[in-house]
Ligand binder design. Structure first.
Ligand SMILES: Cc1cc2nc3c(=O)[nH]c(=O)nc-3n(C[C@H](O)[C@H](O)[C@H](O)COP(=O)(O)OP(=O)(O)OC[C@H]3O[C@@H](n4cnc5c(N)ncnc54)[C@H](O)[C@@H]3O)c2cc1C
Length: 389
């Protein structure tokens, strides 16, 4: 077995002072309560609606924990801090749910700026990209449902492809990779089609574009295999970012409300089985698949290490990557980095107001069921206890 000890909180939190750890513990303690998280989320959304000045308090607390900064300049410090520990940065422009052509053009500009910024920084080699920032959700849904588009919708769809192509082309030229995020299932087919097209264009000699495969869906392991067949047929390298998925409750609720079978796995175990099978599939085909284990799950991460070890794959092989979200699972990130693997943090940035939906998702993900203490809080407490000795 590879020797990476994810229980080593001394390495995980080396860069944090005791004061910082205590502050983080306080934040996670609040987030540990699903009651407070729901209350806080609703109050935040309400305060934003009535233009209450809440940016300051958000920025000093949850934003500081999960985001790199409001601007590139603010992110520089975060990037340097991570780079000091051999951790790379994946820039993620956090704005979501925009619905106008002007806003979509801003996303393109912002993505191009991110790509150029990445090209100038040694430890920023990937930028994440949300197709939902390039076109309306309604249109993605209509394309995914294979409904007939009218002329305006066809034009809008083609504009989305052109926007995406502009970003991919720039990234390809500057040798920066792009992770295309996965979204709700009712929009995902359109995203997959557009991403396949970009992979065909820009993944011939080296990998620029990665699609995201959500293993909480029961059809995604099959889809990953089909994507690989397509890549082989069209002679490109598949870029595969493996995740479990962020919208489980919403997916289940919609399926229930609209009386169709849920696309989500029946239970966590099935989700984990498919995730780990996907990890294995990517390792087995690593010459033609470049993958990223984008997860906070310790077992899946160890499993990837074990498979790499068994196949004598060098730790720094460019087709093997790990990634965690900024502000979470430092025990995985910093221990992997110390052991010499390719590991990055997903670092969202953007104006406070724009990243609020992302922050609410992070808070909900960290709120534990009943009295269970969240993974993050447990680790911080362990480290504080260790430093007391
Ligand atoms: C770098 C990075 C990028 C990401 N990008 C995306 C993205 O583009 N799109 C996206 O949707 N998600 C994305 N995610 C995933 C998401 O945001 C959560 O972080 C992830 O779902 C948590 O899973 P985990 O692998 O860390 O492991 P764990 O904490 O072990 O798993 C928790 C996850 O398992 C699944 N799950 C839990 N209970 C059940 C159940 N009863 N039945 C079925 N499944 C269950 C859910 O997906 C849940 O979130 C990303 C994650 C990372 C780390």
């Amino acid at each position: 077995m590879p020797r990476v000890d994810f229980r080593n909180t001394a390495i995980a939190f080396e860069r944090k002072s005791k004061k910082q750890l205590k502050e983080t513990a306080r934040l996670f303690k609040i987030m540990n309560s699903s009651f407070l998280v729901n209350l806080g989320s609703n109050l935040t959304l309400f305060a934003l609606k009535i233009n209450m000045p809440i940016n300051g308090i958000i920025k000093r607390t949850i934003f500081k924990q999960f985001c790199g900064g409001a601007t590139f300049n603010e992110c520089r410090e975060t990037i340097k801090e991570l780079a000091d520990y051999q951790v790379e940065t994946i820039l993620d422009y956090g704005a979501e749910g925009k619905e106008s052509n002007a806003a979509f053009d801003i996303t393109v500009e912002e993505s191009i700026k991110s790509v150029r910024f990445a090209a100038e920084h040694d430890t920023v080699n990937v930028v994440s990209c949300k197709i939902t920032g390039l076109v309306s959700n309604g249109l993605l849904e209509k394309v995914s449902a294979q409904k007939q588009l009218n002329q305006k919708e066809t034009d809008d769809y083609n504009r989305m492809l052109a926007r995406l192509d502009t970003i991919c082309k720039e990234a390809h030229q500057l040798k920066v990779a792009l992770f295309i995020d996965a979204e709700e299932s009712w929009m995902q087919d359109a995203i997959d089609q557009a991403t396949d097209l970009m992979m065909e264009r820009y993944n011939k000699n080296y990998v620029t574009v990665y699609n995201t495969y959500q293993m909480y869906r029961h059809d995604r392991l099959d889809f990953l295999k089909k994507s690989f067949e397509l890549a082989k047929e069209k002679k490109y390298i598949l870029g595969a970012k493996l995740v479990r998925g962020a919208y489980m409750e919403k997916e289940r609720q919609r399926a229930k409300d609209m009386s169709y079978p849920s696309p989500i796995q029946p239970d966590k175990k099935s989700c984990d089985n498919d995730y780990n099978a996907a990890v294995k599939f990517c390792v087995d085909n690593y010459e033609k698949i470049s993958s990223c284990v984008a997860s906070h799950n310790e077992f899946s991460t160890l499993y990837q290490l074990q498979l790499m070890d068994e196949m004598n794959i060098p730790k720094k092989h460019k087709h093997f990557n790990f990634c965690q979200l900024y502000g979470m699972s430092d025990n995985l990130t910093f221990n992997l980095a110390k052991a010499g693997y390719n590991v990055a943090k997903y670092v969202p940035y953007g104006p406070v107001r724009d990243v609020i939906p992302y922050l609410i998702r992070r808070a909900k993900e960290n709120s534990a069921v009943d009295t269970e203490v969240s993974r993050e809080l447990r680790l911080i407490r362990k480290e504080l206890k260790r430093r007391k000795k």
